[in-house]
Design a protein around this ligand. Structure first.
Ligand code: HEM
Length: 407
């Protein structure tokens, strides 16, 4: 890792090609190390499993949006203006501490029930089958475009009733906001467009409630407590973005690594009961959320062998924790039969991923159906593939493969 600012490692372009060796180097040094994020913010990166897990569950690491701009500013050592996000998009539960978080999570949990998720299974299978029919006709496809991207976005847009013809615009705004490394004006503009769009959607659902999940969210009631329109906009934003920037990478990263490891692929083909374990292992091995979202310290916090001072920005590396040999022996080896349970890919503690059961179901159906119907091979050299840039998400920009129907 080449560049340094103020003696600290900078997450530069080479980081995106291979974050794992960077995490490994830091992990050997200490439980957490100070680095400089791409926009010039000083942050502590936690790379060991035990400390990552305990930081995720520790209330001294705050996520509350209110003080966040101030703490970010305090830790800036690069030039340029920090982007200002649309307030209505920022105030969602992933950016809140208890008791606000507890209240919002309770309300959304009332709508996002296990039953509602399980009811989606036939529809997810149907969408997958249709996408695979189309991909099979072409033979040579980019699997991100053909399956990994459209499946989860179709599912979450159907859940929230976002019209089909507006999804392309939505993809552009969402990509800009999640990558977070565009120009400040670009980020602000995407935020404002997204907020305006969601405000209309919320209005529409309030006036025309149906049988869908979004209507259930609008009507979710906890002893008279409900989500107000602003909270609904923020919640819809969180669900749409979380539901569409993450599972795509579970599917594509998973297929990619299975194709690179013929022995593991053959094992999975020979015994379909290994599929749920394979999905867990892929989540561990190439975690779609590379780093949990930001936290900051409200006081000095001792974490393993370091003391993180008050008002520091803290980033917990889920990839780093998941590749820690102290927790997962031989961590850089994909092994679909290992006990990957306990991995941190969905986070840990009060912000543990709400969509985990849905993501797992989508991952299993997509990868399982693909392998059942096709023999497939990578049509590019691994070195030619490009990974997305941005520290939050770990995923391939494209995955070119050839598909041959199985007899
Ligand atoms: C939170 C990962 C899919 C909705 C999280 C967090 C992680 C994560 C790591 C915690 C972040 C933190 O603590 O800073 C993933 C991965 C997915 C996935 C790897 C796919 C493979 C989904 C889906 C949905 C979803 C499909 C919704 C339909 C959420 C929500 C939260 C969350 C609402 C915030 C929970 C809270 O603040 O209490 N996710 N996610 N996720 N995820 Fe997911």
């Amino acid at each position: 890792m080449g560049e340094k600012i103020a003696g600290l490692d900078v997450l530069g372009e080479d980081y995106f090609a291979d974050p794992h060796s960077f995490h490994a180097r830091l992990r050997e040094r200490a439980a957490a190390s100070e680095i400089v994020l791409p926009r010039g913010t000083r942050a502590w990166l936690v790379t060991r499993y035990e400390e990552a897990r305990s930081a995720l569950a520790d209330p001294r690491f705050s996520k509350h949006w209110e003080r966040f701009p101030e703490v970010m500013e305090r830790n800036r050592i690069g030039g340029g203006d920090a982007p200002k996000f649309d307030e209505s998009l920022v105030q969602h539960m992933l950016n809140m501490d208890p008791p606000h978080h507890t209240r919002l999570r309770k309300l959304v949990t009332k709508a996002f029930t296990a039953r509602r998720v399980e009811q989606l299974r036939p529809r997810i299978q149907e969408i997958t089958d249709r996408l695979l029919d189309e991909a099979g006709e072409k033979g040579d496809v980019d699997l991100v475009d053909a399956l990994a991207f459209p499946l989860p976005i179709t599912v979450i847009c159907e859940m929230l009733d976002v019209p089909m013809d507006e999804r392309d615009e939505f993809r552009v705004w969402s990509n800009v906001l999640v990558a977070g490394n565009g120009e400040p004006e670009q980020l602000q503009q995407a935020g404002a467009q997204m907020a305006g769009y969601l405000a209309k959607l919320v209005e529409h659902k309030r006036a025309n409630p149906g049988d869908d999940f979004f209507s259930a969210l609008v009507q979710a009631d906890d002893e008279g407590d409900r989500l107000d329109p602003m909270e609904l906009i923020a919640m819809a934003f969180l669900l749409l973005v979380a539901g569409h920037e993450t599972t795509v990478n579970l599917i594509a990263n998973g297929v990619y690594h299975l194709l690179r490891d013929p022995e593991q692929l053959a094992k999975l083909r020979a015994d379909r009961s290994l599929l749920p374990g394979a999905v867990e292992e892929v989540l561990r091995f190439e975690s779609p959320v590379n780093q949990a979202t930001f936290r900051y310290t409200n006081e000095d916090v001792e974490l393993g062998d370091v003391v993180i001072p008050k008002d520091s920005v803290v980033v917990v590396s889920l990839s780093g924790g998941n590749r820690d040999g102290a927790r997962f022996p031989d961590p850089d080896r994909l092994d679909i039969t290992r006990q990957a349970a306990g991995h941190l890919a969905f986070g840990h503690g009060i912000h543990y991923c709400l969509g985990a059961p849905l993501a797992r179901m989508e991952g299993e159906i997509a990868i399982g159906s693909l392998l059942e119907r096709f023999d497939l091979a990578l049509t590019a050299e691994p070195e030619e593939l490009r990974w997305r840039e941005g520290t939050l998400i770990r995923g391939l920009q494209s995955l070119p493969v050839s598909l041959t129907p199985r007899g």
